[in-house]
Design a protein around this ligand. Structure first.
Ligand code: NAD
Length: 354
């Protein structure tokens, strides 16, 4: 196991996408665990999904004294440079992105702006930062594996065949980070997240969309006739993984040629236990009834439609988490039952279903 080489006590952490699902949980947990930490969070509050959820997440974060929120776009280079000069972050976590596979088919511009130009600006700001940024951690995605046949997906696998622009931008982030690690010795770690879910999650994701539709009495469409397998990963496991990773930057070393060996790593963070979409939906339905989001006599079969695969989708995602376990002594393990129960209870409370 790697020992930590970064203490987060008294450090300034710059988090992009802080009003997002993962960013808000991360910022909250960091404040709780490290009361001396200062968090500077940026988010442009895109309207990709209901912005009131983002405002609600921010409301919780603003209760902390050491939390500073800036509403801004990471594609605005001047703003990012100015924020780095002003706050001098020690650790940077880039979570801001235009997420979603399907949306990238009809809205490519948003992906180029946030995921490519935005990430480039973060790299440039790290390059010029004084003092040096100790560690850049950034979100990649399981979607980089495209329609690879070999499972579980390993970070050693070839990932040169993206099947969506979203995936192409995430793979590009890894390539750009590698070049900056090599050229400017910026330690960076990319994290390939696998289908993250939980309370106050993203309404564009299947479990949330299914819940909305079932509640409205509409039918839900289960893609690939239910023969999809996903490594569903509970938000707390993702946050635990990110916090452990933040505290160990890949070491700077010099090669025989006198040039830096890129301080660069990529890990999978996924549940390592893919679940069949139909089983997932069955547990979700049971938990929605338990939380009183749906009535006990809900006719589930009448609201279920099995349909073919959608463009950009992949039939299976399954994370090999060996290197995460070896280096950080951790792998996600929250059961679907526990995670979906937490989601259903939050949903009932938030949307006043009881
Ligand atoms: N949730 C998942 O299942 C999942 C899986 C794989 C990878 N990821 C990646 O993890 C990261 C966080 O995902 P999430 O689920 O929290 O998504 P999210 O959409 O909830 O959060 C992203 C946040 O970034 C903000 N944002 C977008 N473009 C911006 C810009 N140009 N400048 C500033 N802010 C901007 C959005 O307003 C949003 O609040 C993303 O990079 C995403 O691609 C998520």
């Amino acid at each position: 196991m790697l020992s930590s080489n970064i203490s987060l006590e008294n450090k300034t952490v710059f988090i992009t996408g802080v009003a997002g699902f993962i960013g808000s949980y991360l910022a909250l947990e960091l404040q709780i665990r490290f009361p001396t930490i200062k968090i500077v969070g940026i988010d442009s509050i895109t309207d990709y999904y209901d912005v009131s959820l983002k405002e609600e997440r921010l409301k919780n974060l603003k209760k902390f004294q050491n939390f500073l929120f800036i509403k801004g776009n990471i594609a605005d280079k001047e703003l990012i440079c100015q924020l780095f000069a002003e706050h001098k972050p020690n650790v940077v976590v880039n979570l801001a992105a235009q997420a979603g596979v399907r949306y990238s088919i009809t809205n490519p511009d948003a992906y180029v702006e946030s995921n490519l130009i935005g990430f480039y600006n973060i790299l440039e700001a790290c390059r010029h930062a004084v003092p040096e940024v100790e560690h850049l951690v950034y979100a990649s995605s399981s979607s980089v594996y495209g329609s690879n046949k070999k499972v579980p997906y390993s970070t050693d696998d070839k990932v040169d065949n993206p099947v969506s622009l979203y995936a192409a931008t995430k793979k590009s982030n890894e390539l750009m980070a590698h070049a900056y690690a090599k050229l400017y010795n910026i330690p960076s770690t990319g994290l390939r997240f696998f289908t993250v879910y939980g309370p106050a999650g993203r309404p564009d994701m299947a479990y949330f969309g299914f819940t909305n539709k079932l509640r409205e009495g509409k039918s839900i469409q289960i893609f690939n006739y239910g023969n999809c397998k996903r490594d569903f990963t509970y938000i707390d496991d993702i946050v635990e993984g990110v916090i452990r990773v933040m505290q160990h930057a890949p070491e700077r070393k010099t090669g025989e040629d006198g040039l830096p060996i890129p301080p660069y790593k990529v890990y999978n963070i996924g549940n390592n236990q893919p679940e069949n979409l139909l089983d997932f939906v069955t547990i979700l339905q049971e938990e929605l009834i338990r939380a009183k989001v749906l009535p006990t006599d809900y006719d589930f079969e009448a609201h279920k439609e099995l349909v073919p695969m959608q463009p950009g989708d992949v039939p299976v995602t399954y994370a090999d988490t060996t290197s995460l376990e070896e280096d950080f002594g951790f792998k996600p393990a929250t059961s679907l039952r526990k995670g979906l129960r937490a989601f259903a209870e939050w949903y009932a409370d938030y949307y006043k279903c009881k």
